[in-house]
Design a protein around this ligand. Structure first.
Ligand SMILES: [Zn+2]
Length: 418
């Protein structure tokens, strides 16, 4: 076992590769993309997006912010309203496990900021059927929850004619590994995994592709444009009466979180919080003591206290949930993307070959890479089709495309999805 000399991630963890210089792949990626990021320039880009949204608005609101009651989305709401002077509409989705505390946080924050909020959700009967079927087959159900959130958010956005959707996902901090190193379309995966127990018709409230095909929506991750610092976020939120936990590992907004965390730890043999803690340490946001505290806690993860309650709520028994559930990809029979073993030619030529192959991969889900632009060591990639409006465009899709390109064409430092 080797430890990264910079962030202490262990080489025994999945997806961690430690190079000859003693540093891990996550540290190398951080140094390339985030360490010296010109936030002044990226905030200017953000202002341009906001000006555009204010100018083009046809109704009362100029953007939509999905809120969970947790700190990231709460801070996004605060910044957009107070600093950027936008007029956002907050949208909350109850996944059936929303805590009282989360709802109270949302209500008091929206009242304090003077922001309108819509509460959405699906019937428990449908949620129970979807979650329990997924759990029995794969041992996890976060995909259904994510799609439930965003299908609801997109329905509101469409109805209100608001293209700009602002997310609180930080790619710098949530640099979680891409499980099994493949890309897949979450909606396609959900439909295929749940068949035949749950029909496509029944799943309608979770589906959004019929909306994203128009290319209308513009989802962005606000934390990627500014220096996203946990301590600053918590202090600001507390000063305006936000009552959430200041521990990133405890998602107070979802009561099922300790369960999904536990099940994923067993299935994937790693925890997101381990990688998140390393990312925060790397970015000087937590101390070394705190980092090792998280590592220890993650290594010794225990059965959550509310497991019995959770099983009862879903009408399941412990033995119904496979602890080594099938890989999600078995349901879509998706082949891993393979870059050519040796790319040849000029930089432009290699970029052209690789992006063409990546575009073909996206085409299997109706998406595409429409155009590319190389500026020094940064490659700008324009996405087309339903992927252009997907809420994961700047998250997993960005990571998949960037990682593939940076790993195969060393002259490229960063890929920006447009
Ligand atoms: Zn490292």
């Amino acid at each position: 076992m080797t430890l990264c000399t910079s962030c202490y991630l262990s080489s025994e963890l999945p997806y961690v590769r430690i190079g000859k210089d003693g540093k891990c792949n996550f540290c190398n990626a951080y140094e390339k993309k985030w360490k010296n990021k010109d936030y002044e320039a990226s905030e200017k880009k953000l202002m341009k997006i906001f000006e555009e949204a204010k100018k083009n608005t046809t109704g009362k609101y100029d953007c939509i912010i999905p809120v969970s009651g947790g700190k990231d989305s709460s801070y996004v709401l605060y910044l957009c309203k107070e600093k950027y002077k936008l007029n956002p509409l907050a949208v909350n989705y109850d996944n059936g496990f929303q805590s009282e505390e989360a709802r109270e946080n949302i209500n008091s924050l929206c009242e304090e900021l003077g922001v309108d909020v819509r509460f959405t959700g699906n019937s428990w009967k449908l949620l129970k059927k979807v979650y329990s079927t997924l759990l029995k087959k794969t041992g996890e159900f976060c995909n259904a929850c994510n799609l439930g959130i965003f299908a609801s958010v997109y329905r509101v956005a469409k109805k209100e004619n608001i293209p700009l959707i602002i997310l609180g996902y930080s790619n710098k901090i949530e640099t979680t590994p891409i499980y099994e190193n493949k890309r897949y379309c979450g909606e396609k995966l959900l439909i295929k995994t749940l068949q035949p127990e749950v029909s496509k018709e029944e799943l309608k409230p979770f589906l959004m592709r019929h909306m994203t095909e128009s290319g209308f929506f513009n989802p962005i991750c606000l934390p990627d444009y500014i220096d996203w610092n946990e301590n600053k976020i918590i202090n600001t939120l507390k000063s305006i009466g936000w009552k959430g936990s200041d521990n990133r590992i405890e998602h107070v907004d979802c009561l099922a979180y300790p369960i999904t965390r536990y099940l994923k730890a067993i299935k994937h043999k790693c925890l997101k919080s381990t990688y998140v803690a390393a990312a925060m340490y790397r970015d000087n946001q937590i101390s070394k003591e705190k980092l090792f505290e998280v590592f220890e806690k993650d290594k010794n993860i225990k059965v959550p206290e509310n497991f019995e309650w959770f099983l009862k709520k879903l009408g399941l028994k412990m033995e119904d949930i496979p602890l080594n559930g099938k890989s999600r990809f078995e349901f879509v029979s998706k082949k891993p993307f393979k870059a050519p073993s040796s790319l040849k030619g000029s930089l432009e030529e290699r970029v052209r070959i690789l992006t063409k192959l990546l575009s073909q991969d996206l085409e299997t889900d109706g998406g595409s890479i429409d155009s590319i632009r190389l500026e020094n060591d940064v490659l700008y990639v324009k996405i087309g089709g339903p992927c252009k409006s997907c809420y994961l465009k700047h998250v997993t899709l960005q990571r998949f495309i960037e990682q593939t390109i940076v790993d195969n064409i060393p002259e490229i430092r960063e890929v920006i999805i447009e």
